[in-house]
Design a protein around this ligand. Sequence first.
Ligand code: NAD
Ligand code: IPM
Ligand code: MN
Length: 346
Amino acid sequence: SRNIRLAVIPGDGIGVEVVTEGLKVLEAVGTKVETTTYDLGAKRYHETGETLPDPLLDELRGYDAILLGAVGDPSVPPGILERDLLLKLRFQLDHYVNLRPVKLFPGVETPLGKARPEDIDMIVVREGTEGPYAGAGGVMRRGTPHEIATQESLNTAYGVERVVRYAFEKAVARPRKKLTLVHKTNVLTYAGDLWARTFDRISVEYPEVQTDYCHVDAASMFFVSQPERFDVIVTDNLFGDILTDIGAAIAGGIGLAASGNVNPDRTAPSMFEPVHGSAPDIAGQGKADPTATILSVAMLLDHLGLADEAARVEQAVADDLLERLAGWAGRTTQEIGDDITARVAG
Ligand code: NAD
Ligand code: IPM
Ligand code: MN
C-alpha cells in the first residue's frame, strides 16, 4: 500500500501526551507512515517568538495530512497561539469544513440518562474559515470607561455556499438524510439571511434531503433534551465551536470528541485534531484521555481513502469503551493508548 506522509504538531499541554498514543495506534494499523514532528507551540514561541513561520507553513503544504494535539498555554497571552498558529493553519490550508461527529458509543455514560446510541448520532459541519473568527475588529479608548471593542463576523457567498453544499452531500449519504441549518437569523440578520438563502437555494438540488432550521439557542437546548432531532448540522464557525463542546459532553465527554479540519478540494493537506484543548489543569499527569485523538486518527485514515483501516481503529475504540464500562475506568493516558493499540494490532 502507499506511504502516508504525515506532519505531526503535538503542541502544548496534553497535546503531546495524546498525540503519542494516536501515533502508536496509527503505527499498529500497519499502513506505511512517514512522520515528521514540528515543535510549534508555547515553547518555541518563548524561545524564538515564532508561532508559525511562513516557510514552515509552505513545508506543511507538502504532506498528505497533519495530526495536531492542542495549542494554548497559560504562559502565553490568549489568542497568540490560537490565532497565529491554529487558526492560521485552518485559514491558510483552506480547511473550510470542520467536521465534528457527535456520536454516543455503546456502553458510554451520558449525562442524558436515557439516551441510547441511536439517539446521539450526528455530524456537525462547522464552517472553518469565516465567521467571527475571520472578521475585522478593533478597539478604541482601550482601558478607559469609554472603551469600544468591535468584532465583526465575515460571511461570503462563496464561503457559505461551499460549506452548505458539503453538508448536503454528507446528509444525502446518510440513512436519515436530514440536514439542519443552525444560526441566529432573528438577530444576526445580515449573515443569517445569507446563510438561510443559500441553504434554501441549494436544498432544491437535494429533494431527498429533509431540511430543517433551528436558532442556535434552541439547538443548544435540543442537544441536551432531544438530540435525536439531529442528523447532519451545518453552522457558522463560532456556533459550531460552542455546539460541539455541548455535543462532546452529551456523547461521553470532551476526551472522546474527534474532529477533522478538512479541505475537501484537496488543494492542501487536511488536519485532524481532538476537539479539546491543551488542558493545563491535567497536563503532565497521565490523566488525559487519548481517545479523541485516536478517533481523529481514524478520521484521518478515512480522509486518505483508507476506509477499512479507519473502521478497524473505530472498532477498537468501541471495544475499549465497552470494557471501560466493565470497570476499566481510571486508566492512564498510556494504558488506554496501549489497550486500543493492542486491539488494532489484533
Ligand atoms: P480544554 O479542552 O483544554 O479543557 C477543558 C476541560 O476539559 C478541562 O478541565 C480539561 O482537563 C478537560 N479535558 C480536556 N481534554 C481532556 C482529555 N483528553 N481527557 C480528559 N479531560 C480533558 O479547554 P480550556 O481549558 O478552555 O482551554 C485550555 C487551553 O487550550 C487554552 O489555551 C485554549 O485556548 C486551548 N484550546 C485549544 C484547542 C485546540 O488546540 N484545538 C481547543 C480548545 C482550547
Ligand atoms: C477548537 C478550539 C479553537 C476554536 C480555538 C483554540 C481557536 O476551541 O478547536 O474548538 O475555537 O476553534
Ligand atoms: Mn472549541
